[in-house]
Design a protein around this ligand. Structure first.
Ligand code: ATP
Length: 255
């Protein structure tokens, strides 16, 4: 399912936070959004997944006009793993993951055996089966992040938005989460801070600075000394990793 964002803008009190951004995630592409802290990545993603309302622009997911459709229609198609996943009320891990099934249910429809099977599978996939009865608020940051991913897996979306999905995670779970989402074989738009991981996982990158897309292209085109220096104000050298053959970045100094 293709995502097309056209001329999206969001401002608060005359401050333009997202300025006229257009982008595309083609069928089954993994597209990364990179850029310095505060450049507008989360605001752009929140505008797409309807937590905030942009003043201008359109967001099409397949044939669905997301900004004009109901939350339920959106949630049937789009899964979201956000940056902060705090809750005021406590639920068990299993209950949290079961919430992923809600968009597929009619009013007052109860959970059935198929839902339970989907939830167990999702818990298995993120290696949290043993935590299913625990209270969500008692979990570590990394465990919470994996519960949120399991909830998204249970939702069985056709498109995924990830906002720094590897926040809080140690390297094993960073790789595991990225491998799991890539293995879903659906379109993904993800804000990522780790540029080397972005090079490995993304098919295409958009670079955001001060609310605007400044350049876009394949990781090889984008992750250059010049662009990283210009956008992140850090001097670096790009090299070919002798072990993986992939792109390596040696950070040298801040400007
Ligand atoms: N409702 C708001 N009112 C005022 N300023 C806001 C509001 N929402 C976002 N901003 C500001 O807009 C800028 C962009 O924020 P955003 O969270 O989108 O950045 P980001 O690129 O995701 O950053 P990070 O990499 O640090 O997560 C920030 O300076 C933020 O303080």
């Amino acid at each position: 399912m293709q995502l097309t964002v056209d001329n999206l803008s969001f401002s608060v009190q005359n401050a333009d936070i997202v300025r006229d951004i257009s982008l595309q995630v083609r069928e089954k592409q993994f597209v990364g959004l990179i850029g310095p802290n505060g450049c507008g990545k989360s605001t752009l993603l929140k505008s797409i997944y309807k937590v905030i309302k942009p003043q201008h622009g359109s967001v099409m997911l397949g044939h669905t006009d997301l900004l004009r459709s109901s939350p339920k229609v959106t949630a049937k198609q789009m899964g979201v793993v956000g940056q902060f996943n705090e809750l005021s009320f406590d639920f068990t891990v299993r209950e949290m993951v079961m919430m992923g099934r809600t968009p597929h249910k009619k009013l007052l429809e109860t959970d059935n055996a198929k839902d339970e099977q989907i939830v167990e599978k999702a818990l298995e996939k993120v290696q949290l089966t043993g935590h299913a009865g625990r209270n969500y608020t008692s979990l570590s940051g990394g465990e919470k992040q994996r519960v949120i991913l399991a909830r998204v897996l249970a939702q069985q979306p056709e498109f995924l938005i990830l906002d720094e999905p590897t926040n809080h995670l140690d390297i094993k779970y960073q790789l595991q989460i990225l491998n799991i989402v890539r293995g879903l074989d659906i379109g993904i738009l993800a804000a990522l801070h780790d540029l080397e991981l972005a090079a490995v996982y993304c098919d295409y990158l958009y670079v955001v600075k001060r609310g605007q897309v400044v350049v876009h292209g394949t990781p090889a085109d984008i992750l250059t000394r010049e662009i990283i220096g210009e956008v992140f104000e850090v001097d670096c050298e790009i090299y070919q990793n002798p072990v993986t053959g992939g792109l390596g970045i040696a950070y040298l100094s801040t400007r």
